[in-house]
Write a protein that binds this ligand. Sequence first.
Ligand code: PMP
Ligand code: GLU
Length: 402
Amino acid sequence: MRLSDRVNAMRPSSTLAVTAKSKAMKAAGVDVVGLGAGEPDFDTPDHIKQAARDALDTGVTKYQPVAGTPDARQAVAEYMNDRHGFKAEPENVVISCGGKHALYLAFAAVCNPGDEVLLPSPYWVSYPEQAKLAGASVEVIQSRAADGFKITPEQLTAAITPRSRVLVINSPSNPTGAMYSPDELKALATVVAEHPQLLVFSDEIYERLVFGAHPFVSFAGLHPAVTERTITFNCLSKTYAMTGWRVGFTIGPADVIAAMSKLQSQMTSNITSFCLPAVRAALHGPQDAVESMRKAFAERAEHTHARLSAMPGVVCAKPSGAFYVFPDVSQAAFGKADPAGKVIRSASDFASSLLDHAKVAVVPGEDFGAPAHVRLSFAAAMEQIDKGVDRIEAFLEGLDDA
Ligand code: PMP
Ligand code: GLU
């Protein structure tokens, strides 16, 4: 079958591919330790489930307004206003099928062919593919491990051209777990302020899962000149352990939100009707489950980082947020032979050999723009993390100099 050039040029999501593979192996009875999936191992808090059950029981089973019910949009606006000092109204909010589709709609709403998307690397796998689907070209800004995987204002200034349309900021970051301090973000906002054609996509979906030295601050409020040029993304997926529900939202200027809603009206319509009441239940209901999940992630971050860093040749930055560690395994493994005699030459080789021989699933760094690294998710029970890390240790010890 002749498929479109658009699809042929696109890479599939490697994060979802690894997650699917390890789940399939588990279902087939293989004792695999899945450290690939970027999803909390906790269940959705019951009061949120109850909101959806009540909605089903009271007949909320029909089409809803495309951008979300007035109450759900209002609930998001109130959350942003109370928590982050926004002045959002419901017209500044669109509710979409997960943070992922929200981002896709936004790229499609603001980019024309020839526009550039400035993408700090390492980056989440879907940004470049979504930007390219919108016809934009991707200009990677390579952050340095020595700078904590954060770009500097100088790097940003050097990357901006008259064609630069969007800067993507993801703090805390998937895949590195790095988080900008308020001052570091302010310095980037000051650079953005000088370039009126440039918008910022601030992907804040890990905002509540932070455990480093700095508090989280939302980008839009950092400089008066960027407030109207920042489009903020969030979702219920990670904070409330609701990855399967597919609830994401965008907060931004009313014209961008209207453009995204127009696109959504021709693509997916409203999100699942009975998930809409869950937005208020999640954002404005009891928050104790969020804090206990945050504490668990903080403990696991500390533990996973300490164990990986103790392995000879493994270089691992300490995460400050989200639930990922992103070690450089090149020194420990590249150029060495696995138990089948195959020489490991890349992160992909490493990940597939680790899965075959040690039965641990991790995501290789290539699609994050970091080919010396692999990503481990510590959104797994501590005993699973230890089992996985023990196996990685034994795997590395068993590699032969080729
Ligand atoms: N942004 C980042 C940085 C992510 O890691 C993810 C992964 N889930 C998303 C957006 C998309 O989130 P969702 O599952 O709500 O689509
Ligand atoms: N964001 C998660 C991850 O990076 C879930 C998978 C995806 O949507 O990419 O693993």
